[in-house]
Design a protein around this ligand. Structure first.
Ligand code: LLP
Length: 418
């Protein structure tokens, strides 16, 4: 899963950089990202879309570090955002507002104004009520908002229920049956300009079939909407392609898109402007989180390996019981013991890995793998633990892209009543 994270002899490297050296220099917990791994992941999509009209909008919630955004902006990407805060980050990183699409079920009027003023490319509207508000806000600014309606294709992405979004029972998108009526309303509102259609069926999808089903459903809708006289300029298929955390075998991005494009071609939509919103698959396996073993605590039922990274730094195991590989930075020979790898936070849910066979001593350094997506971006300061530092590696160069947050940083905006 980690093409640019590999052992040389007994030591784990990120590209040309020995990870233990970074941990030594910057302390732990420490996020380290490989630029080459991110660009390779993007290249797989670019290969899949060669010769097509496509705008890749990186779903920046996966990893919203400015340096990561800059890298994707320079590579030609737009961005899928879900808040005014994310728009501010895109602009701060030098991203192009016209390549930004704004998703999410709860956009506020203030966020709509901010996005209209910045001149974003498209609002992915998720409800009929939102259409009315966006129309009002745009008219109030003497503007016209470019819109696409997020449709819920009602397909099962066969993933964790918390990250499946394309089924009827969840809060995302407009129901299949309401789609045409919603487009007709949008087309009638003077503050809106219909530009596209979009869907997003879930995340960490490891099979092709849910995508094929969604493409069919969305194209059926496009046909109906255009038959009603409303032109659909772009079709946005969302993100969701999974990565290998623990033996999963998701399709490669280029292979997936070859199949989907064949379906588009067969139905006569192959020359449309396309859009996609990948997040995890661009960054997930480009990052690791380095952590130090603080204590080994043998027990009757469980042995604990207590490390200095915790659920506040890397919340996916606690939130979704997600699996992340955990490996030593310096491989030791000798017998392994089975440990639960846990952090210092005062919660039983504060674990990073369960039942892991490790040969470790206190003071050893470990890497939590597949930590480039939804890890640092979901971190909190719970237990007043400052957020981890982040490093971007490019060949033999390692650049600090975010210094470690101090305790004082975590409360610098708080006010003591007099
Ligand atoms: N577009 C929309 C509208 C989305 O809601 C998402 C992710 C994406 C694109 C990008 O999906 P991706 O390619 O990354 O699967 N925190 C969870 C994942 C939440 C995904 C939310 N939406 C996790 O750690 O697994």
């Amino acid at each position: 899963g980690h093409p640019h994270m590999a052992y040389r002899g007994t030591d784990l490297f990120c590209e040309q950089v020995r990870l233990a050296d970074l941990a030594q220099a910057h302390g732990t917990p420490l996020y380290v990202y490989s630029k080459a791994a991110m660009l390779d992941a993007l290249a797989a999509y670019q290969r899949g879309f060669a010769g097509r009209k496509v705008q890749i909008c990186y779903a920046m919630k996966a990893n919203s570090s400015l340096a990561v955004l800059q890298l994707f902006a320079r590579a030609g990407c737009g961005f899928d955002i879900v808040s005014g805060g994310e728009l501010a980050r895109v602009l701060a990183a030098g991203g192009d507002a016209s390549k930004v699409i704004f998703s999410g079920v709860g956009k506020t009027r203030a966020e709509m104004r901010q996005a209209l003023a910045a001149g974003i490319g498209c609002f992915n509207v998720e409800s009929e009520a939102e259409l009315e508000v966006l129309n009002e806000v745009a008219l109030g600014m003497g503007a016209q908002a470019p819109v696409s309606i997020r449709v819920n294709p009602n397909v099962d992405a066969k993933t964790h229920p918390y990250i499946s979004t394309g089924l009827k029972g969840n809060k995302f998108g407009v129901a299949h049956e309401r789609t045409l009526a919603t487009y007709q309303r949008a087309a009638a509102l003077p503050g809106l300009r219909v530009v596209g259609i979009d869907c997003h069926i879930g995340s960490q999808i490891t099979e092709v079939s849910p995508y094929l089903d969604a493409v069919d459903r969305v194209l059926d809708l496009v046909q109906g909407i255009e038959a009603a006289g409303i032109a659909i300029h772009h079709i946005d298929f969302g993100g969701g392609l999974g990565i290998t955390y623990n033996g999963e075998t998701p399709p490669a991005a280029d292979a997936l898109w070859q199949q989907l494009l064949a379906k588009l071609d067969a139905r006569g939509y192959g020359d449309r402007q396309l859009m996609i919103e990948p997040g995890r698959s661009l960054v997930g396996n480009a990052g690791v989180c380095l952590t130090e073993v603080l204590y080994l605590k043998p027990g009757e039922q469980k042995n604990f390996c207590i490390v200095d990274a915790a659920m506040n730094d890397l919340p996916r195991p606690a939130m979704y019981e997600a699996f992340h590989g955990i490996v030593p930075l310096h491989a030791r020979s000798g017998a392994t013991t089975t440990y639960d790898v846990v952090g210092p936070v005062c919660e039983s849910g504060d674990w990073l890995g369960r039942d892991r066979a490790l040969a470790v001593h206190s003071g050893d350094l470990l890497a939590v793998l597949s930590a480039g997506a939804y890890c640092a971006s979901m971190a909190s300061t719970y237990n007043t633990r400052g957020r981890a530092a982040e490093i971007l590696v490019d060949g033999s160069q390692a650049v600090l892209i975010r210094p470690r947050e101090s305790a004082a940083d975590t409360f610098k905006n708080e006010i003591l009543p007099s």
